[in-house]
Design a binder for this molecule. Structure first.
Ligand code: MRU
Length: 339
C-alpha cells in the first residue's frame, strides 16, 4: 500500500503537491499549488490541515511560490520573501508549527546570499518535511510502549499521516503497533463541525487495516463509562511551556472525561509543536471560524465556533514527543518545556 502523502513537492519540483483533505473520504484529489494566494487559501480552507502538515506545506509552498514569482532572481526573491511568509503565517493562528516553519525559512534566507537563495529555500523546506517524518516515526516508537495487543484507544480529530509528512503523531504509535503485529482498536470521535475524525482518521486507519469505530463526540464520556476506552491519545497544535495544550475543539471535554474515569490521557506531538515562548495556555491564541461551518442556523441566533480548546496540563498524563515520553500529571511545573 502506498504511504499517504498529504504534502510534498510535485514530481517536477516546482509546486506544492497536496492531497486535498476537503474531498476525503469521497474522493482522493491531488492538487499542485504554486501561487502564494492559492497556497494560503488551501491552508485556510483545510485542504491542508493538521499542525505539522501546515508547517511543512507552508515551507514547501513558500519555496515554490517564491521561485515562481521571482523568475529565478535572488534579489527579487529576497524582496518578496517577508510578505509571502507573513501571508502564509497569518492563515491559521493556533498551530505553532506554521510560524515555526516560516521563521526557519526566514532564518535560512538571512544566512544565505542572493545567488544561492532559491536553492537554499528549497533545501530548507525539504529538510523541514524530512525532519517531520523522522519525528513522527520516533513518536511512534516511543508511544508504542504505552500500547498492548487488543487495546482500545480513543483519539480525537485527525493527528495521523494526513496531518503530517510522516506516519502522524497520535496515530504513530498505532501504526508502529500494527507493524509489530499488535492490533489496536481505535475509537475515532467524529470531531464536529468539520468531522476530521469521521472523515479523515477513520479513512486512513481503515485503509491501513486498523480496526476503527466512529463515535459522535458526545458519546465519548458514555463510552468511557462503559469501560470501553483504556487510553486516550490526541495530537496538539501548540503546547505551552507549562504543558497546557491547544488541540481541536472537544479535546478538553475528552480530557475531563478521561480523568473522571481514571483513563490515561496522552498528548503526542513533535518538538516543533512546543512553544517555549508561551508560558501557559492563557497565551495561546485560539482560532475562531465562520458560523456557516455549523450549517443552517435560525435567523437571530449567534454562533460561537472556536476551532481549538486548551487542555490544562493537570489533565495530561504524558507527552509523547520525538525525544521520549515526558510525564505530566502531578509532576508539571511552570517550566515543563524550557527549550
Ligand atoms: O483544524 P485542524 O483540522 O487543522 O485541527 C487539527 C488538530 O487539531 C490536530 O489534532 C493537530 O493539529 C495535531 S495534527 C498532528
Amino acid at each position: 500500500m502506498q504511504p499517504i502523502q498529504s504534502v510534498s513537492w510535485s514530481p517536477d519540483g516546482e509546486a506544492l503537491r497536496i492531497l486535498d483533505q476537503r474531498e476525503l473520504p469521497a474522493r482522493e484529489v491531488v492538487r499542485d499549488l504554486v501561487g502564494v494566494d492559492e497556497i494560503a487559501d488551501a491552508i485556510r480552507t483545510l485542504a491542508i490541515r493538521g499542525a505539522p502538515a501546515i508547517g511543512v506545506g507552508a515551507a514547501i509552498g513558500l519555496a515554490a511560490a517564491i521561485a515562481r514569482a521571482s523568475h529565478g532572481d535572488g534579489g527579487t526573491a529576497r524582496r518578496l520573501l517577508p510578505g509571502f511568509a507573513a501571508q502564509l503565517a497569518g492563515t491559521r493562528p493556533t498551530a505553532v508549527n506554521l510560524s515555526w516553519a516560516m521563521n526557519r525559512m526566514l532564518a535560512c534566507a538571512h544566512s544565505t546570499g542572493d545567488d544561492r537563495l532559491l536553492d537554499a529555500l528549497r533545501a530548507e523546506a525539504t529538510a523541514i518535511a524530512d525532519e517531520d517524518a523522522v519525528m513522527c516515526r520516533r513518536i511512534g516508537e516511543h508511544g508504542v510502549s504505552l500500547l498492548s495487543d487488543g487495546m482500545r484507544v480513543l483519539t480525537h480529530c485527525n493527528a495521523g499521516a494526513l496531518a503530517t509528512s510522516g506516519i502522524g503523531t497520535a496515530l504513530a504509535p498505532v501504526y508502529v503497533a500494527l507493524e509489530r503485529g499488535m492490533h489496536v482498536h481505535v475509537y475515532a470521535s467524529e470531531t464536529r463541525p468539520l468531522r476530521q475524525g469521521a472523515r479523515l482518521t477513520a479513512w486512513e486507519l481503515a485503509r491501513a487495516g486498523v480496526q476503527v469505530t466512529i463515535i459522535p463526540d458526545s458519546a465519548a464520556a458514555a463510552l468511557m463509562s462503559a469501560g470501553e476506552v483504556e487510553l486516550v491519545i490526541v495530537g496538539a497544535d501548540r503546547i505551552a511551556r507549562n504543558g497546557d495544550t491547544a488541540n481541536k475543539i472537544g479535546t478538553y471535554a475528552h480530557a475531563i472525561s478521561a480523568q473522571r474515569h481514571g483513563i490515561p490521557f496522552h498528548v503526542a506531538a513533535p518538538w516543533s509543536t512546543i512553544d517555549a515562548g508561551t508560558p501557559d495556555g492563557r497565551g495561546i491564541v485560539v482560532e475562531h471560524r465562520a458560523a456557516d461551518e455549523l450549517g443552517e442556523v435560525p435567523a437571530g441566533a449567534a454562533v460561537w465556533n472556536p476551532a481549538f480548546d486548551v487542555t490544562p496540563v493537570s489533565l495530561v498524563t504524558s507527552f509523547i514527543t520525538d525525544r521520549g515520553i515526558h510525564e505530566a500529571r502531578g509532576a508539571a511545573g511552570p517550566e515543563l518545556f524550557t527549550s
